[in-house]
Design a binder for this molecule. Sequence first.
Ligand SMILES: NC(=O)C1=CN([C@@H]2O[C@H](COP(=O)(O)OP(=O)(O)OC[C@H]3O[C@@H](n4cnc5c(N)ncnc54)[C@H](O)[C@@H]3O)[C@@H](O)[C@H]2O)C=CC1
Ligand SMILES: O=C(O)[C@@H]1CCC=N1
Length: 267
Amino acid sequence: MKLGFIGCGNMAQAMIAGVIKAKIVSEKEIIASDKHRPNLEKAGEQLGIKITDDNKEIASSSKILILSVKPVFYDEVIQEITSVIGEETVVVTIAPGKTLEEVERAFGKKVKIIRTMPNTPAMVGAGMTAMCANDQVSEKEIHKVKETLEGFGRVEMVSEYMMDAVVAVSGSAPAYVFMLIDALADGAVLKGMGRREARIFAAQTVMGSGKMVLETGLHPAELKDMVCSPGGTTIEAVRKLEAEGFRSGIIEAMAACAEKSQNMEKD
Ligand SMILES: NC(=O)C1=CN([C@@H]2O[C@H](COP(=O)(O)OP(=O)(O)OC[C@H]3O[C@@H](n4cnc5c(N)ncnc54)[C@H](O)[C@@H]3O)[C@@H](O)[C@H]2O)C=CC1
Ligand SMILES: O=C(O)[C@@H]1CCC=N1
């Protein structure tokens, strides 16, 4: 099985590191290209994968081809590879706002396309990916791609109209979670804790809280209530967070994110 990446930036490298670590695909079966030669060489060395400057070579030889360039470069790359794309190749897109229909139109012919939205925690095998497919992809092929993407985390099939919400809740969300971790660490530093230690306390707490939601199946509000002892410290913090617009800040940020995803090409 050959796994190809056109564009070898942050997201591609996170996915490659994840599948290699999980032993889903060996380094020898992965090939990547990138316009920026120094980055490509560095990624090739660090990850032990094959590299090439030739996007067509990747398109014609990959069973699964992941288009990991920015949305604005999709059309250019698709035009370059459409004449050589293998008949059995499944093209995987990871770009916000790029619909299956738009990508199909750019190829100008029937191609197997799976639209996904991954996130960078893929790098440590803890990614969250949503996927949907066009009518050219068989159930067996969907299963194969899902299995590959599961190498770097959890994968859920979604309806295509859900993709903008997915961008807001998982694709882009690691950025806000990292901001939360950084802010938690700042708060601890303010109270005298060393930076390194503060970061560990903050990150472990975020990870543990996420794990609790997933493993107990309890509503996050119920889990929050379990931390708030009556008349205690936590409810004081919760009072302040509500006054500062913590929840509404996140919801508004996500609304802006989803809207940007929907209008990516129009801005
Ligand atoms: N960074 C993230 O957390 C996530 C990114 N994505 C999507 O992944 C895609 C890539 O994003 P990033 O990795 O963040 O960007 P990036 O800028 O780190 O990587 C894109 C790479 O594509 C290369 N490139 C541009 N034109 C090319 C061409 N014609 N042929 C070969 N390589 C070319 C660039 O040199 C660059 O290294 C985007 O569509 C983005 O929306 C999706 C989910 C999460
Ligand atoms: O910021 C972006 O546009 C990409 C898509 C999701 C995460 N990063």
